[in-house]
Design a protein. Structure first.
Length: 254
């Protein structure tokens, strides 16, 4: 009887451990790809965004380019419209980004961005996970230090679908859906016009795991979600770019 009890306890401990284990990684990367779902909607959205941008920047543009005549401005507008109207999925396929994280020394992680062919898009920055600080050089030379900035959001809503499960690179995941408003704050600069905050409605479907516990993700910076789950696949759309979806998928993990 005692032997059976011990075996049962060992089994229960193993079951508990397997359900609550935390995976660690030395390298992790995600690939980001944008896809046009409705070309007419997408181009119309780009035109509206350009009009809004020009409206917000009107005073500034007038100040910087007051010497430009109406004909020159009309030519620039025509070029802008031509670029928007010729945009295709092929252009977006050339804009695929791979986000990388690599552990270099204890709590220090290197983050950089490349194209699919590994051509550098953004050179590395180094993040100290224990301090929430970033550096452009490591070992840190004491000159430049920045706080790691998470995205500003509000009105977060999350739906869990724990019965919908799948494994990504051998890691157990379940599905969630979430929505939130992302806030882009304009930095006030002396002598420049002050612009209102830009609000972007984000809607996402994610496959997330609870086996990885980290608020640092190379391609996603919403702390309120990362405190609960670690997304290994994200499909999102936003109000500023209608007619398009963005997919962020696990690229490599070890």
């Amino acid at each position: 009887m005692r032997k059976h009890l011990i075996l049962l306890m060992v089994f229960m401990w193993g079951l508990f451990y397997s359900q609550n284990k935390n995976l660690s990684f030395k390298d992790i990367s995600f690939v980001q790809k944008d896809s046009i779902t409705n070309l007419e909607e997408y181009r119309k959205g780009q035109e509206e965004a350009m009009v809004k941008f020009e409206s917000e920047m009107g005073l500034l543009m007038d100040g910087l380019f007051e010497s430009l005549d109406a004909k020159t401005k009309a030519i620039d507008k025509k070029k802008s419209d031509s670029i928007i109207n010729s945009t295709s999925q092929k252009d977006l396929d050339n804009s695929i980004i791979v986000f990388h994280y690599k552990n270099v020394d204890g709590n220090i992680w290197k983050r950089w961005e490349t194209k699919e062919n590994n051509d550098i898009l953004k050179y590395p920055v180094f993040t100290d996970f224990s301090k929430g600080k970033e550096y452009y050089e490591y070992p840190y030379n004491g000159i430049q230090e920045y706080s790691y900035i998470f995205e500003r959001i509000k009105d977060l809503k999350i739906q869990e679908f724990r019965d919908e499960k799948k494994k990504i690179s051998g890691i157990q995941c379940f599905k969630i859906k979430c929505s939130y408003s992302q806030i882009f704050k304009h930095r006030k600069i002396d002598g420049m016009p002050e612009f209102p905050d830009k609000i972007e409605l984000m809607e996402s479907e994610m496959w997330v795991t609870e086996e990885i516990r980290s608020t640092y993700h190379p391609a996603f910076k919403v702390k309120e979600i990362l405190e609960k789950y670690y997304p290994l696949y994200i499909k999102q759309k936003n109000s500023l770019v209608p007619g398009m979806i963005r997919k962020i998928a696990l690229h490599d993990f070890n």
